[in-house]
Design a protein around this ligand. Structure first.
Ligand code: CU
Length: 490
């Protein structure tokens, strides 16, 4: 009798685990092959960062997907042209939204202007090659095949025509979502993002038409690691948006071909992550790993306004190879969640606590004002530890990433604007010496005195106009942020 009870308890425990594992779906998920389809419809397809309407509680159906392959020139970065191979005209390709039990009738069309044959391998397909063996299609032709969606989850699709790596490296990947019965729980905003690594003959930012570089691809040394096919696809005006209090869901994929993503949103915590795009949900996650040829669904509520930066936290990729996007959240501040700087002063270990700074003097010494050469000397030291990494030793910047401070018309035209950039950070498109930049400079955590010194150093170096910036000018800028700047930490 005792043993029987034990066995019963064991069976119960196993059942509980099984039910837990199928939390994504419901009882039908236990035998999805038996789900009957009703009627037919043409699938809505969307380019990134958008996704089609949720399936809601519609019945499983015969879903017709019309996917057109296009080989077309695009821009990898400002002034950098690249010939992409695409599913539906975008990188990543069109988002496909299905539900469990759907019978998908897939029409793969290869545009007559294309030069190469292609096919498609959908990771959501149960069948040889994920569809690739049935879909190889020459330019000017169409192939049709059918499959049933048996497993809920977020799946990558990609071209699998030899050389496979090259087809993927040129942008031939996208996401297909299979929703559980009844759909995923509703959220306020949904977005579609995919990371990819690109290999060009020229180095990062080298201008003109850039061909694919097979050698770099084999060595896994990408020049670009980007979201949605290009540098800046999700920054400035193209940032994704939400309002304070809304829930955001990101369908995050990684096309590779080589590089694994450490996906992270600076200043946010993922409340939920569907690990690897499957049914298991992890909670309270800072960074989620998205494998090449894999995905994750991340969800979070935005509680405070500001600009949140999306990155691959393998961080050189974010700041030097392009893997950087933005989520702009509008709404009222909530100082109980994030205060901003509430006090600023000199830290003296012996003195114990923070001390208030004397007015207009950041170094804590009595207020004897520095001479111009002293300011320049102090500023040079601050430049070396603060600005150098991005703007470089001679203020020359890095093409397409960090604007020059040497002979910068932007800098020389308006000291107030420069002060604001350092105080509050700078985002959005600017033009420096005829070149466009659309990136992010974070606000620099420096005192008024330090900012006045570093900018005085910059203005008195590399052919700039020798403006002397005083701590009083910086202080004025602190209370009145200029228009073209945004404090990305607020
Ligand atoms: Cu292809």
């Amino acid at each position: 009798m005792k043993t029987k009870l034990k066995i019963a308890a064991g069976v119960l425990a196993v059942t509980a685990i099984t039910v837990g594992l199928f939390a994504f779906g419901n009882k039908d998920a236990n035998d999805p092959t038996k789900i009957k389809v009703e009627g037919e419809m043409v699938a809505e397809l969307t380019p990134p960062p958008f996704v089609p309407k949720p399936v809601g509680n519609r019945a499983a159906t015969k879903l017709i997907v019309n996917m057109e392959i296009k080989e077309q020139e695009g821009e990898m970065a400002d002034g950098v042209k690249y010939t992409y191979w695409t599913f539906g005209g975008s990188v990543p390709g069109s988002f496909i939204r299905t539900r469990i039990g759907d019978e998908v009738q897939f029409h793969l069309k290869n545009h007559p202007d294309n030069k190469l044959p292609h096919n498609i391998d959908l990771h959501a397909v149960t069948g040889p090659g994920g569809g690739a063996t049935s879909s190889l299609v020459a330019p000017g032709h169409e192939k049709v095949f059918n499959f049933k969606c048996l497993n809920p989850g977020l799946y990558v699709y990609h071209c699998a025509t030899a050389p496979v790596g090259m087809h993927i490296a040129n942008g031939m990947y996208g996401l297909i979502l299979v929703e559980p019965e009844g759909g995923l729980p509703p959220v306020d905003k949904e977005y579609y993002i995919m990371q990819g690594d690109f290999y060009t003959k020229g180095a990062y930012g080298e201008q003109g038409s850039q061909p694919f570089d097979m050698e770099k691809a084999v060595k896994e040394q990408p020049d670009y690691v980007v979201f949605n096919g290009k540098v800046g696809s999700l920054t400035g005006d193209k940032a994704i948006t939400a309002k304070k209090g809304e829930t955001v869901r990101i369908y995050m994929g990684n096309g590779g071909p080589n590089i694994v993503s450490s996906f992270h949103v600076i200043g946010e915590i993922f409340d939920k992550v569907h690990i690897e795009g499957g049914s298991l949900i992890n909670k309270d996650v800072q960074t989620t790993l998205v494998p090449a040829g894999g995905s994750a669904i991340v969800e979070f509520k935005v509680d405070v306004p500001g600009t949140f930066i999306l990155v691959d936290h393998s961080i050189f990729r974010a700041f030097n190879k392009g893997a950087l996007g933005m989520l702009k959240v509008e709404g009222e501040q909530d100082k109980t969640i994030y205060s901003g700087t509430v006090q600023e002063g000199i830290y003296l270990p012996e003195g114990g606590t923070i001390q208030k700074m004397p007015k207009e003097n950041g170094d804590g010494k009595a207020a004897a004002a520095k001479s111009l050469p002293e300011k320049i000397k102090a500023g040079k030291e601050i430049y070396g530890r603060t600005c150098f990494a991005c703007h470089q030793s001679e203020g020359q910047g890095i093409p397409n990433a960090f604007p020059p401070l040497a002979k910068s018309d932007f800098l020389n035209a308006d000291p107030k604007r420069a002060i604001n950039a350092v105080l509050h950070g700078l985002t959005g498109e600017i033009t420096v010496n005829g070149k466009k930049y659309n990136s992010v400079m974070t606000s620099q955590n420096l005192t008024d005195e330090e900012i006045s010194n570093v900018l005085t150093y910059v203005y008195n170096s590399w052919g700039n106009n020798k403006t002397e910036v005083t701590a009083a000018m910086v202080k004025a800028g602190r209370s009145t942020p200029a228009k073209k700047t945004k404090d990305i930490h607020e």
